[in-house]
Write a protein that binds this ligand. Structure first.
Ligand SMILES: CC(C)(COP(=O)(O)OP(=O)(O)OC[C@H]1O[C@@H](n2cnc3c(N)ncnc32)[C@H](O)[C@@H]1OP(=O)(O)O)[C@@H](O)C(=O)NCCC(=O)NCCS
Length: 203
């Protein structure tokens, strides 16, 4: 899946920030992370790095931030602008990142995501395997806040975001309106298999 010639993949630059923020916010708006909006890009320091896909006017239409801890990397942000999804941009960003990671001796890359079909389909298609699950639980208006406490002098919690074990899924879905399974996906980089070969292998 090659991207259109008008799309360039390159390292993130400070001047990209405003269109980076917009691209991420718009991409996440229709996902279960709709309220995970960042007004600015978090600082990324070497050896961690960020890549962007830009259109002919230099606007960010795809982004990938990767943090590196010794031989393991983690995807911190991956997003393609809604008007450009399904055109191979996410995969092209990943290919560029994987090449850079392999050159740097990094042997695995992981990522965490909720239940959105596009993200889960994309990770599976790009050679990632699911390795762990747990729950993201949001306490919001109308939910039973029994057991949630706050320090003296404060109201009860207005909202809360907590984690829980996957074994409590049915119980917690009955109590809270907003519960998500969060999955860890891992891709082994040590065997140097290209994404094409993985996709062919995945059939
Ligand atoms: C996930 C995401 C980054 C993929 O980027 P993209 O540039 O559209 O992906 P590509 O074009 O490189 O790859 C497309 C492949 O992803 C998978 N995919 C994309 N949308 C899908 C969907 N709705 N259901 C299942 N699989 C899907 C398919 O395998 C598809 O390949 P195909 O078109 O040959 O079937 C993009 O959908 C996105 O930005 N989503 C919102 C933000 C998000 O969820 N980020 C991840 C959070 S952890």
């Amino acid at each position: 899946m090659s991207t259109s010639p008008a799309v360039a993949i390159r390292p993130y630059e400070a001047s990209d920030e405003s269109s980076w923020v917009r691209c991420r916010a718009l991409a996440f708006l229709t996902t279960q992370y709709y309220d995970d909006v960042w007004p600015r890009r978090p600082d990324v320091s070497a050896p961690s790095f960020g890549l962007v896909a830009v259109d002919g006017e230099g606007r960010v239409i795809g982004l990938l931030d990767v943090s590196i801890d010794a031989e393991a990397a983690t995807i911190h942000s991956i997003a393609t602008h809604p008007s450009h999804q399904g055109a191979g941009i996410g995969t092209a960003l990943l290919e560029a990142a994987v090449g850079r990671l392999a050159d740097g001796g990094v042997s695995s890359i992981d990522a965490w995501t909720r239940e959105d079909p596009a993200a889960n389909g994309w990770y599976r298609r790009n050679g990632f395997s699911e390795t762990f699950q747990y729950l993201h639980v949001h306490l919001e208006d109308g939910d039973d806040a029994e057991g949630f406490t706050t320090p003296p002098g404060f109201s009860g919690p207005v909202r809360a975001f907590v984690h829980a074990g996957i074994e409590r899924e049915q119980e917690l879905r009955e109590r809270f309106a907003r519960v998500y399974v969060c999955r860890q996906y891992v891709r082994d980089l040590s065997d140097g298999t290209s994404i094409e070969a993985r996709v062919e292998g995945a059939g």
